[in-house]
Design a protein around this ligand. Sequence first.
Ligand SMILES: *[C@@H]1O[C@H](CO)[C@@H](O)[C@H](O)[C@H]1NC(C)=O
Ligand SMILES: *[C@@H]1O[C@H](CO)[C@@H](O)[C@H](O)[C@H]1NC(C)=O
Ligand SMILES: *[C@@H]1O[C@H](CO)[C@@H](O)[C@H](O)[C@H]1NC(C)=O
Length: 222
Amino acid sequence: MKTLIYTIFGLFSSFGSSEFIYTTDLPPVDDVARMARYIVHTADWCVLSHITHQRNATGYPMGRVFSMSDGPVGKSSGTPYIYTSFFDAVPRDLKIDPKCAITVSLVQTDYCKNHDLDPENPLCAQVMLVGEYEFIKNNTEEWDFAKEALFTRHPEMKDWPVGHGFTFGKVNIKNVQIVDYFGGSKYPTVPEYYNVTLTPNRKSFPKITYNAIPMNDILRPN
Ligand SMILES: *[C@@H]1O[C@H](CO)[C@@H](O)[C@H](O)[C@H]1NC(C)=O
Ligand SMILES: *[C@@H]1O[C@H](CO)[C@@H](O)[C@H](O)[C@H]1NC(C)=O
Ligand SMILES: *[C@@H]1O[C@H](CO)[C@@H](O)[C@H](O)[C@H]1NC(C)=O
């Protein structure tokens, strides 16, 4: 089965997202950290989930789509950057509670459609990054990197109104979860996630960590 999947992935040679075409093959499914980095770098938007503090919903989770970039194409940092306005509710919520998560999926590209994969099919791989939101300080190197990362992949951002208080921010990742194959979610550690260069393929990679909650606990009758 694994060989088959490698072959399917191997056939795949290019896919496009709304802003750019990334043309290298998918990493092998066993190199989970690299697969996660690949998907994060390929995605140019995400769902950012956080805890809302709006009326009648305080303490509930909420997700909103944001344009995202972990670096200019070919310069992946692994850290997801976004550009938010304080006219929007989300960054106001994040000032109160920075806990958040970013979800990205290959469904954002042509890959899943081209391979006839339903968005929930594990082979239509997705990554969830959980952590804390940090507003980037201006006049810093990181501000400049975030700006290059986002503006090169989202050209209209440079025309967004200055008066709307846009600032760059990022998620400081505490946990990485990826679904890219049958057998449940996998959890590359944060150091493993960052210890990846997207090219070339590597021959050895860290052992896979699976779900912390045993299946037996879930299936036990009430
Ligand atoms: C919040 O809930 C209250 C009570 O149900 C309701 O009267 C009010 O209109 C709601 N506010 C909003 C913004 O939905
Ligand atoms: C940098 O941030 C400070 C504090 O938020 C603000 O007063 C200042 O206008 C900002 N400078 C630029 C160049 O955006
Ligand atoms: C980083 O990756 C290299 C090989 O790609 C490996 O030799 C090294 O042990 C890794 N370091 C960490 C901290 O995972």
